[in-house]
Write a protein of this length. Structure first.
Length: 400
């Protein structure tokens, strides 16, 4: 990655809530400036963004910037944007965890790619850096929600979409758990964590301490740190890390109001989305270090799970935020052939699928796309690794 000039030019992919907020928050900065915004909408319909910034192709976007921010929320589109950015030698900062857990691993080693602080996954990665720098050993990388409904009605979601000023797809994915599964899959893959045996636990508790106690037991059972979430009225929309520390510091940590241990909670009660993205952009520009990505061989994927019975000929316009499917974390190795929910666009169901079933790629017809090609290569990589696992340290020592 080449040294970026100051002020450097930033191109934005997306014109939705995050993109508009980020562009507005970037006005008057002296370290970077917005020089192009990629939109797929008719330019005259785009509100809140100066018309002179709008471009219509990935190539135009790359030609007008030194760094790209991808926040379209669309996996197929983001895959093309990142591919073009890397062809042009540009670093990419995203607010698009959906992209990372679907095709992000395909780009590993090709260029600078990172999720931004501000989304809960990026904020957890930033908090993890602070926590481990203080000597804590994470057990749980935690996300929090106040409410979840696995089967919300269209009428409910239309009401909340209008009330909150975000898209119907987004509010539905937030409500039915798809988004939190995506965020925690990215956290697990990027921070070398796993998940609870059987999948994310997501306990419903009155307090964060109660949730932490439950999730710490899941981590012990799994044999290492996990990424998970809690549904609790305490700290809704925030993040936390449950961690241990050397017992010699127990009395000091108690004095520091951290409690008796041995599991301590370090929490942040908010994440401020687009207002925090600039921190990661500066990190990439000046330190040339990613904050969080999905790794080259992702252990966890987010599969499409049928919310209702599906029959041949049913059409699914978009999996993320659908009333037909939702996302669920699965072991990539144990579910080879599954259908990642991020790939599910403009699909036609091929065969019967029962409500509650994890869907396979063969269950649907998908249009060919760069994202689909990328996923096939990622899965081939995972398949090869599962057939030829790395030797255990004990085996290496025994043979020495």
């Amino acid at each position: 990655m080449n040294e970026l000039p100051f002020p450097f030019r930033v191109g934005v992919s997306g014109t939705g809530f995050i993109a508009r907020g980020f562009i507005a928050a970037s006005r008057g900065r002296n370290d970077f400036r917005i020089t192009a915004v990629l939109t797929r909408r008719p330019p005259v319909s785009v509100e809140g963004i100066p018309q002179e910034l709008l471009v219509r192709t990935e190539e135009e976007l790359a030609d007008h910037c030194d760094l790209i921010v991808e926040c379209s929320g669309d996996v197929l589109h983001a895959t093309k944007v990142v591919d073009e950015a890397f062809r042009a030698g540009l670093p990419v900062v995203t607010m698009n965890s959906e992209f990372h857990v679907t095709t992000g691993s395909w780009f590993t080693g090709r260029g600078m790619l990172t999720e931004a602080e501000g989304d809960q996954s990026g904020s957890l990665a930033a908090l993890a850096e602070e926590v481990t720098a203080m000597g804590f050993k994470p057990l749980v990388y935690g996300n929090t929600k106040r409410y979840m409904n696995l089967h919300p009605s269209p009428e409910e979601m239309e009401f909340w979409a209008a009330k909150q000023g975000i898209s119907l797809d987004q509010v539905t994915a937030f409500t039915d758990g798809t988004k939190v599964h995506i965020e925690q899959a990215l956290v697990a893959n990027g921070l070398n964590a796993g998940m609870a045996i059987g999948g994310l636990a997501g306990p419903r508790t009155e307090t964060l301490r109660q949730a932490t106690d439950v999730l710490a037991e899941h981590a012990y059972a799994a044999g290492g740190p996990i990424a998970d979430y809690a549904i609790t009225p305490e700290c809704p929309g925030g993040i936390f890390i449950a961690a241990t520390h050397d017992s010699i510091h127990a009395s000091a940590l108690s004095y520091f109001k951290m409690g008796p241990g041995p599991v301590y909670i370090i929490q942040r009660p908010h994440h401020l989305c687009y207002l925090e993205m600039a921190k990661t952009i500066r990190r990439v520009a000046t330190e040339k270090r990613p904050l969080l990505n999905n790794g080259s061989n992702p252990g966890i994927s987010v599969a499409a799970l049928a919310k209702r019975d599906l029959k041949p000929g049913d059409r699914i316009a978009r999996g993320l935020g659908s009333f037909a499917v939702r996302g669920k974390c699965v072991s990539t190795r144990d579910h080879l052939g599954h259908l990642p929910i991020g790939l599910l666009q403009n699909a036609v169901v091929r065969r019967k699928v029962k409500a509650g079933d994890i869907m396979d790629l063969d269950d649907v017809e998908l249009p060919e796309s760069l994202a689909l090609t990328a996923w096939r290569e990622i899965e081939s990589r995972v398949r090869a690794a599962s057939l030829n696992p790395a030797p255990l340290l004990s085996d290496l020592l025994a043979g020495s």
